[in-house]
Design a protein around this ligand. Structure first.
Ligand SMILES: [Cu+2]
Length: 141
C-alpha cells in the first residue's frame, strides 16, 4: 500500500513537472495562472513596513490608460476580497492601484493577521475576476 502511494506521488509530481519542462529555459512561474506574490509568502511573519513584490506570467504588465488585450496592471487589496470580473477596482485606502505598471511596493500595516489580495485588471481598472486574483495571509509583528 505504502509503495503504491509513493508511486502515485511520483507519478503526479511527474505530471506537475511536465509543463515546466516543456518550457525549460524560459523564466519560472509558468505554473501560475494568475498574479502571485513573489514576496511575502503566504503565512509569512513580516515587520510593520514590508515590501510586496508582485508577479504575473499569464498576462503582461502595462500602464493604465487604455484597454490592450492580454495586458493590465496590479492592484493590492488589503483585508478585502477579489473584485468580480468586469467590475472596476475601487480606489481607496484598501485598494491600491499600480497604474504605472509597478510590480513592487512598500506597505505599512498594524500588528496582527492581514490578508493581501492581488487583483489584475485591464487598462481602465476593470477586474479580470477571481481567476486573475490571489490571496495570502501575513502576520505583522
Ligand atoms: Cu487600476
Amino acid at each position: 500500500m505504502q509503495k503504491f502511494k509513493l508511486k502515485m506521488l511520483v507519478l503526479s509530481m511527474g505530471l506537475a513537472l511536465a509543463p515546466s519542462l516543456a518550457t525549460a529555459g524560459e523564466h519560472t512561474g509558468k505554473d501560475h495562472t494568475g498574479p502571485y506574490f513573489i514576496s511575502p509568502k503566504n503565512g509569512e511573519t513580516v515587520s510593520s513596513t514590508f515590501t510586496v513584490v508582485m508577479g504575473i506570467e499569464a498576462m503582461k504588465v502595462h500602464k493604465a490608460g487604455e484597454i490592450i488585450e492580454g495586458t493590465g496592471h496590479h492592484h493590492l487589496i488589503i483585508d478585502g476580497a477579489y473584485v468580480p470580473e468586469h467590475k472596476a477596482v475601487p480606489a481607496d485606502k484598501q485598494h491600491i492601484h499600480f497604474g504605472k505598471g509597478q510590480t513592487e511596493t512598500e506597505v505599512t500595516l498594524s500588528p496582527g493577521k492581514h490578508t493581501l489580495t492581488l487583483q489584475f485588471a485591464n487598462g481602465i481598472h476593470q477586474s479580470y475576476g477571481k481567476k486573475m486574483s490571489t490571496t495570502i495571509e501575513v502576520n505583522v509583528k
